[in-house]
Design a protein around this ligand. Structure first.
Ligand code: NAD
Length: 283
């Protein structure tokens, strides 16, 4: 099963496409015979990734484009869209995936602007700049935004990242609502929610994949299967966390409001036993 936008000779643009999950997605698209544009801020990574991509596709370099882009800059994203249209014409898949996780503290402003600039504004820029042109193409197309479980259950430790990814969730939900209410629109939006994936973002000096993590390729294969099935929420498991446990964690987080518990009660000592019992129950 596949999605028509993911067919040979269609075009995909992947931000953060020079590494990790984005590069694995670009490889899968290239293997299907699609044109791919990887857009990234890191030029050295782009060069390496382009060579790997060209080797993975029958059409070689003719099917591969690289673009040095800072997704936190709207002008940079506008220039990207123009350049891809000039090179390949229609754009069938936009994967808004660039992301950073340098760490943040609640009561210090270090990294907050940068994290929100890349992780949230990058996705807003991508959708606002690319979607109008994708809609008027009048054929099926996909916008896949990479969120995070940290934007849903918002665990303590990295508040700026959580805020950015909670924004990605809210933005992508509203985007899909807008697209499905746009007459004749064949573009759909999807919230891609990876689990723990071994990439440079999460490596922390490790060279071996931790047992609990999925590979980027596993994660992308899961995403492609679920998008083809029509899922909006592409909630990926990993080797530590099965879907059933994610579901309990998400329900518990929503339950903080419904049950009038303190926020983040999952990490509150008074609720430790109650959460542990809740997490064990099947839905
Ligand atoms: P990665 O570091 O391997 O790849 C991210 C890429 O984004 C890098 O190539 C980087 O150069 C690029 N980038 C950073 N800032 C940019 C900017 N301003 N403009 C353009 N490109 C920029 O990380 P990854 O793990 O593959 O992450 C991809 C996405 O998946 C991110 O949005 C991340 O938050 C999300 N995610 C990752 C995990 C995980 O466990 N790895 C889990 C959940 C969500």
């Amino acid at each position: 099963m596949s999605h028509p936008a993911l067919s040979a000779d269609r075009t995909a643009v992947i931000t953060g496409g020079a590494s990790g999950i984005g590069l694995a997605a670009a490889m899968r698209f290239a293997e299907r015979g699609m044109n791919v544009c990887i857009a990234d801020i890191d030029e050295a990574r782009l060069r390496d990734a382009a060579a790997r991509l060209a080797a993975a596709t029958k059409r070689g370099e003719a099917a591969v484009m690289t673009a040095t882009v800072d997704v936190s800059s709207r002008d940079s994203v506008v220039a990207l869209e123009t350049a891809v249209r000039q090179r390949f014409g229609a754009i069938d898949v936009l994967m808004n995936n660039a992301g950073i996780q340098p760490g943040s503290r609640m009561l210090a402003d270090d990294n907050w602007q940068r994290i929100l600039g890349v992780n949230l504004w990058g996705i807003i820029h991508g959708a606002q700049v690319f979607a109008p042109g994708m809609i008027v193409q009048n054929k099926p197309a996909l916008i896949i935004n990479t969120g995070s479980k940290q934007g849903i259950t918002t665990p303590p430790g990295d508040p700026a990242y959580n805020v950015s990814k909670a924004g990605v969730k809210a933005f992508t939900e509203a985007l899909q609502h807008e697209l499905r209410n746009t007459p004749g629109c064949q573009v759909t939006a999807h919230l891609f929610i990876p689990g723990f994936v071994f990439t440079p973002l999460t490596a922390n000096g490790r060279v071996e994949k931790p047992a609990g993590a999925w590979t980027p390729e596993q994660t992308v294969d899961f995403m492609l299967e679920r998008v083809a099935a029509g899922d909006f929420y592409v909630l990926c498991p990993d080797n530590d966390v099965p879907r059933a446990l994610d579901e309990r964690r998400i329900l518990w987080a929503a339950g903080d409001i419904v049950e009038n518990r303190p926020p983040l009660s999952r990490w509150h000592a008074d609720y430790a036993d109650a959460f542990a019992a809740f997490a064990k129950k099947s839905p």
